[in-house]
Design a protein around this ligand. Sequence first.
Ligand code: HEM
Length: 406
Amino acid sequence: MVTWHDLRREPFRLFFPLGTLFGCLGVSHWLFYALHLSPSSSALFHASVQMGAYMACFIVGFLFTALPRFSSTAIATNGELLVVSALLVAELVCLSVGWWIAAQACVAGLQFVVAWFAGRRFIARRSVVGPPIEFVWIPIGVALGLVGSAALACGQRGLVPGWVTAAGRVMAQQGFVLSIVIGVSGFMAPRLLGHARSVDITLSPAQASRRRARRLLGHATAATAFSASFFLEGFGLAGPAYLMRAAVVTVLLAWATQWYRRPAASDFYLQLLRWSLWMMVLGLWTAGLWPRYRIAMLHLMFVGSLSLMTFAVGTMVVLSHTGGATVLRRPLWVLRIVAWGLGTATVARVLADLRPVFYFRLLGLASSAWLIAAVSWLLFILPRVLRPIPEGAFESLHEAAKQRLR
Ligand code: HEM
């Protein structure tokens, strides 16, 4: 059995299974309602669990494992791990009893700990190479998350006008998660897909730092437009808001990941990763083009992109860190189930809004398919994340996992 120290060294062993359970809780909400096993439904409960707990767990699991390795700094401390776990559990309890503001405070606390964790490692980094430029989206995401949570909490107390509350709600739900996904996938996806641009070693240090400053300016401009899109949505201009968000995300992902090109290797998880990048772009553009069906189209992104990405990249992280890297090359049964389940869930969820007569039946179908994919994935990873690392194998496994991202 893994020890507490293993969890501190590789927090994904704790947060990936926990995140999957939270995702099941948020999605099963619609299945229970469709089957009349639950008397009422709450979109706010579902959206908050999905973004503030399920996605947050995968973000924390990934960043808390990767950042110390990339910066050659200390692994997660007892305090960091305990505080994040306590905040997640408290958030779920508050959401379950309808204490929305307290739940929002837990999410804000969690985002603060992510900022604290990343900031400490950034300051203490021993690596001579600076952090990947795309990681500038981590503080941007934390800032959007904190401002969004504060605006939403003030709105729920009637302290701010309606447009601030509306902007805060989407900022809290999408701003944090999308920014981190843009930053992390902007760095990881090109390396995994085999599209990383080679470093120009002919540049002098002055030229290299000018190039870095220009790229930072590009990201700052993109972040300004991205943030402005939430205010547009707050003012009720959903169409222009999503078109703007879609344009920013498309340009950033196209530049960083070149997702439109085939992956260099044929591993199935890479095909799924590429598919998830397509779906993110598609979901945002279609939400902008058909704002009336905004929520349905957004599920192209929530289910077809974010869920697919968590399970595809999660499989790579789990197998690379547990001695199963060679298995990754094979067409894994679990990834077939994930692809089938999430594909069905995406189609059914979108159709639900287009065919209102069958609304709850289609929601039930979408939930069931999502749950089959998620539970299968959980059963696949559980024995691996619970198995302790063989003595002496830790460093070599981590070095091999890091090599994937060189
Ligand atoms: C596959 C099963 C799913 C079903 C059946 C489902 C169903 C729904 C429904 C019925 C709503 C409320 C619509 C309304 O207010 O009229 C909703 C909203 C939402 N869902 Fe899902 N959902 C699913 C999966 C997901 C996933 C996996 C995520 C996130 C990763 C997610 C994130 C959200 C968010 C953030 C909202 C609020 C959107 C907004 O109002 O801006 N959902 N979902």
